[in-house]
Design a protein around this ligand. Structure first.
Ligand code: UDP
Ligand code: MG
Length: 339
């Protein structure tokens, strides 16, 4: 078998005990159908509090192609994905949600594009059946905004459903920042990219883990990780208000000099003070956002810790430590993570 044709499906799961047993047979059906691909499945349990890990272990026991990775706690989807991709030893990887919203039936199309030489095949949703109008509308605004603000190409309506070629994977592994906005990181890697339109269906079981507040913070994360435009905007806003204040000040002083100063104008004064105070607070908050990120990076913590790693049992297969050692800069981190 040509090692270039190894393909690992990486599925992150957080409290997906009901969805995984429904998803697994669909994944297997696709892998079985592709005779010329050495397919594996890697489940990442992102610190679930329900029976997800037991379900994954059962699947791994019944199917030698299944590898299982359990993180030490819930780290969030972006980190769980990173952990999963780190553990892919060779070949390409496809990331899917555990809830069936990314239809496994499309896997052969991803593989076909990979074989045509594409490095990053990303699923783009032309329909989102599973999401309400509110989520669709806010998502649309978000993609427009980040598309404008960021210099890194971040295609609209594109989630984490994608295939990465071995070299794109290797590229991504070198990005070890802690505040991980994966959509942006994929874009940063570059290489040959192509969109694959698909219809995003409904969840097969369980509930969405991303409420409004989480999505809002996710959007902030994305914008501040991939753009410094808000900082620039704060500068311009500051310049603009300073200039207006100067003009207004000149006018006030001039008026007082010409006509004398009767005590009046308390409302204007209050308005100006409040306005300036507000602008300053916004600008400070913005700086704080970036400073906070610097602080998180400065701590140099590992991205995640592994609780249990159970490699696929197909042939003699190495632990992801070897994958880590391929990239000297993170070998120490990987060494700590993998028991
Ligand atoms: N997920 C995860 N860690 C988390 C939250 C979610 O690994 O902290 C996984 C989840 O199990 C699912 C995927 O990320 O496989 C997408 O989550 P979800 O379906 O809740 O998001 P939505 O599709 O509603 O945006
Ligand atoms: Mg979902």
């Amino acid at each position: 078998m040509n090692p270039a044709d190894r393909l690992t499906l990486v599925i992150t799961a957080f409290n997906e005990q009901d969805a995984l047993p429904l998803l697994h047979p669909r994944l297997c059906a696709q892998l079985d159908a592709m005779a010329d691909v050495d397919g594996r499945i890697l489940y990442v349990d992102d610190g679930s509090s329900d029976a997800t890990w037991a379900v994954i272990e059962q699947l791994a026991q019944d199917d030698r192609r299944v590898a299982a990775l359990r993180l030490s706690r819930n780290f969030g989807k972006e980190i769980a994905l990173t952990a999963g991709l780190d553990a892919v030893e060779e070949g390409a990887a496809i990331m899917l949600d555990a809830d069936g919203q990314d239809p496994p039936e499309l896997i052969p199309e991803f593989v076909a594009l990979w074989r045509q030489g594409y490095d990053d095949v990303h699923g783009t949703r032309w329909a989102r059946d599973g999401d309400g109008w509110m989520k669709r509308a806010t998502a649309a605004v978000f993609y427009r905004l980040i598309g404008r603000l960021s210099k890194t190409p971040i295609p609209a309506d594109t989630g984490d459903f994608r295939l990465l070629s071995p070299r794109a994977l290797a590229g991504l592994r070198q990005l070890r920042e802690r505040q991980r906005f994966m959509k942006g990181l994929f874009g940063w890697v570059g290489y040959r990219r192509i969109a694959l339109p698909y219809r995003r269906g409904e969840r097969i079981a369980g509930r969405s883990k991303f409420g409004f507040w989480k999505l809002w913070n996710f959007a902030l994360e994305g914008i501040t990780s991939f753009s410094t435009a808000p900082l620039r905007a704060a500068t311009y806003l500051g310049l603009f208000t300073a200039a207006s204040a100067f003009v207004f000040g000149t006018w006030v002083v001039g008026k007082a000099a010409l006509y004398g100063d009767r005590v009046a104008g308390w409302p204007t004064m209050m308005a100006v003070i409040l306005f300036l105070g507000g602008v300053q607070l916004i600008a400070l908050g913005l700086i704080g956002e970036y400073l906070g990120r610097l602080y998180m990076e400065a701590k140099q913590r590992p991205l995640y810790l592994v609780d249990t790693w159970r490699p696929a049992n197909v042939a003699v297969s190495a632990a992801p430590i070897s994958a880590g050692e391929r990239h000297a800069d993170r070998s120490t981190v990987a060494g700590e993570q993998v028991p």
